[in-house]
Design a protein around this ligand. Structure first.
Ligand SMILES: *Cc1c(COP(=O)(O)O)cnc(C)c1O
Length: 472
């Protein structure tokens, strides 16, 4: 970017169109908050039956707070809606694989085990957490565009239900390891099918010019089918595609289903192999702000079910069993981040406009999404009521980057000050899991709250943790 005079570009932005001036700056925008969240008469945010002031006193800030009832409720509802939508013939059932990369800890993995979810892992580390938590191998799917031999080996030894083959070389890699171990590996082919959901460029996948999957347009998809069918160590379950993230309409999924079913039909008609499964990926959108209007799990499940039934009938194949892989839609709305306010300052934007900068005790090390994707978030003053007027504010962290922004635009009370608690909703997914030690920051704890009790799932890092791997 060219150098420019300070102010010439940065001063241009005021409140985005979707951000409305609140009638009462104390109000919670309820759809953005976990199910148990509300503010009491003193304006103190409550979640999981606890005031956030109490949570902060016990575990400190910043802290990731997961509403257990919300997380497990969303997981269970997602599973129930998909099971129901795909229950009746001509459909053949559906499985929900929670995408572990959104947020995973041993405690959360145990919720998934108990609640009947399956899980997608994309690394040896995620696999190890699920295995340690007692997730049965057959309920685990292994993803990854560049899998290590040892991860494939661990996965096969754990009896994973499927390995998602991402490239042509991986076919021989998996077959070779399966042969050595004397097992037959169940595989699906991750295909890129030229459908790009309308979302941020960095998180759109399945168009051809990206690293994931076997391009169907290039012929790599069918070449992979031929090679897999020729290897006795492999069993082809079906084809899979993940078309992106933060998807808000069913049209992109309908087009993906059209292409995947066509591919499944080609495999049946030209290679005589009836695939028992069809993988439709994840990416179901959530509301980070009032600017987003997500589909309900029921709308998503029923829309997909109708499309699968219609497309399979059109090409004359029996409907395969379907799998979906939501991560964000289960984890994101269940989590909030609690911060303590430090320095505040008001900056003139010119033309009589002001922006209130509120610095908190975390930042891009605990939530990189704002800096990485330009993601929008919302926030509230969580520890008291305020009678002050709303001010257009920007919540920033304490890292050495001017892009260290947690919430770009939000109206916050003008009297917000050091020591106040701020809560940011919808941080359950891709915040903890993408966190870093930038500036030697100590990663915050992940705590679950339920029925008035706090359970620490992952404790706060200490300086000793930070130095433990530094051999000097
Ligand atoms: C990231 C990912 C998901 C989950 O995406 P969400 O947006 O969290 O639902 C599912 N499947 C695959 C293959 C992924 O890479």
């Amino acid at each position: 970017m060219a150098t420019h005079e300070a102010g010439a570009l940065h001063a241009a932005g005021h409140a985005p169109a979707w951000l409305l001036v609140p009638d009462d700056v104390n109000d919670l925008l309820q759809p953005l908050w976990p199910v148990t969240a509300y503010k009491d008469a003193d304006g103190v945010l409550q979640v999981g039956g606890l005031p956030v002031t109490e949570i902060a006193a016990q575990v400190g800030t910043p802290a990731y707070v997961i509403d257990e009832a919300d997380f497990r409720g969303r997981a269970t509802i997602m599973l129930g809606e998909f099971q129901e939508a795909f229950a009746a013939p001509p459909l053949a059932g559906a499985d929900v694989y929670y995408a572990a990369k959104a947020l995973i800890t041993l405690g959360i993995a145990r919720w998934l085990v108990e609640d009947g979810l399956r899980v997608d892992v994309a690394s040896g580390g995620e696999l190890a957490i699920l295995v340690r938590a007692g997730m049965p191998g057959e309920r685990i799917a292994l993803h990854g565009n560049n899998k290590a031999d040892r991860d494939i080996e661990t996965a096969l030894q754990a009896g994973v239900g499927r390995i998602m083959i991402d490239s042509l070389p991986e076919i021989n890699q998996v077959a070779g390891i399966a042969g050595r171990l004397g097992v037959k590996a169940k595989v699906m082919l991750r295909c890129s099918i030229g459908v790009e959901a309308h979302t941020h460029e960095y998180i759109a996948t399945s168009h051809e010019d990206q690293k994931f999957g076997l391009s169907v347009a290039d012929g790599a998809g069918l070449e992979a089918v031929r090679r897999v069918l020729a290897r006795p160590e492999l069993e082809l379950l079906g084809v899979h595609s993940h078309i992106g993230s933060q998807i808000f309409d069913t049209n992109a999924f309908a087009l993906a289903i059209h292409r995947l079913v066509a591919l499944t039909a080609t495999i049946a008609h030209e290679y005589g192999h009836a695939c028992p499964e069809l993988g439709l990926g994840g990416g179901f959108g959530v509301a980070y702000t009032t600017g987003h209007d997500p589909l309900t799990p029921r709308q998503t499940a029923q829309g997909m079910a109708a499309a699968v039934a219609k497309e399979c009938q059109a090409v004359g194949i029996a409907a395969p069993r379907v799998s979906v892989e939501p991560g964000r839609a289960i984890a994101a709305p269940a989590g909030i981040t609690l911060y303590t306010v430090g320095v505040t300052k008001e900056v003139s934007l010119g033309g009589g406009f002001q922006r209130l900068y509120i610095a908190v005790d975390g930042g891009m090390s605990d939530n990189i999404r704002t800096a990485l994707y330009g993601a929008d978030y919302s926030a509230t003053l969580a520890s008291r009521r305020s009678e002050a007027p709303p001010r257009l504010a920007r919540i920033v962290g304490q890292h050495c980057e001017s892009g260290d922004i947690v919430v770009k635009d939000e109206y916050m009370p003008a009297d917000i000050t050091a020591g106040d608690l701020v809560a940011v909703p919808v941080t359950g997914a891709y915040c903890r899991s993408m966190s870093s030690n930038y500036n030697a920051a100590l990663r915050p704890p992940v705590v679950a709250v339920k029925d008035g009790a706090i359970r620490t799932l992952v404790r706060r890092e200490t300086l000793e943790d930070l130095l433990a791997t530094d051999l000097g």
